[in-house]
Design a binder for this molecule. Sequence first.
Ligand SMILES: Nc1ncnc2c1ncn2[C@@H]1O[C@H](COP(=O)(O)OP(=O)(O)OP(=O)(O)O)[C@@H](O)[C@H]1O
Length: 325
Amino acid sequence: MITTRGLGKSYDFYEQPANLLGALRSLLRRELTTVQAVRDLNLDVRRGEIVGLLGPNGAGKTTTVKMLCGLLVPTTGGLSVCGETPARRSYPFLSQISVIFGQKSMLWWDVSTRESFRIHKSMYEIPDDDFSEVVARLGELLDIGGILDVPVRNLSLGQRMRCELALALLHRPSLLFADEPTIGLDVEAKVVVRALFREINRTFGTTIVLTSHDMSDVEALCDRVVIVTDGGAAFDGDIGELRARAGIARTVVFTYRDTPRLPPEILRASVESGAHSVRLRLGDQPVATLVQAATGWGDLADVGIVEPGLDEVMSKVFSESGRRP
Ligand SMILES: Nc1ncnc2c1ncn2[C@@H]1O[C@H](COP(=O)(O)OP(=O)(O)OP(=O)(O)O)[C@@H](O)[C@H]1O
């Protein structure tokens, strides 16, 4: 579905002078600055996958997405998306893809969502029957039936995001780019959006490329993650491999019916301890050995093994790549 080889993009721009003197000088001589936003990126996405494109701020994720959907022309390298060259923006290409930018509205601001849908319908030549069916289905799934006739400027952020999603899915794209699609949504709306992504992926086989700083989105959705740092791919694999790469040990939590009598060395090594519980890092020792020892510290009620949070994992991988999370 997507292949990039040696993909690169640099931006040239003139820096804004910091003060009046600088501004006067810049009338005579301006300094051109180049930022290498994406460098030598090799990426393969197969049909039907949900791939997370992750990385710290400024890593080059949005620039990559913009090249993949044809909004930006690469400076170097080659890419093929749905068998086409995105920057040519041919009709067969555009009718197969869709893009959601969480920070940018694709809806017309002054008219209702339904009007934007109608414009979209004519642009994509969606037949009347298909259109009615998809609007009804998305209206129900996203709970927007009651707000389709409200001017977009009067919608709350969460309501607008639901409408943005519906607009993006109207022509049933086979490839969806979603750049921070859950930004600003409340917890309930995020769950709805994730469920919707899963559903369209399962039902229509839609391939999804997602960028998000919300690790719950990533855990809930992504079969595979590609971590971009400084414009290049620093990791490509599934979340299990990513956890292994970060090398953060799992922890085990022992919960007691009474207050446990913890040996001093256990107390010192604990990640946290409370009146009725203690949390320890699982090092090389077998879990069974630790559980056996834990039964001797008090009236053991429960044992739970906790994977490191994806936020912690990402933070470690980003910092190892020399970038802040
Ligand atoms: N239009 C532009 N002109 C000049 N530089 C740009 C432009 N757009 C992005 N950049 C620079 O390119 C680099 C990558 O930006 P990009 O927006 O692709 O990162 P990102 O990974 O999406 O970041 P974030 O997570 O903060 O959204 C940054 O250093 C940014 O300042």
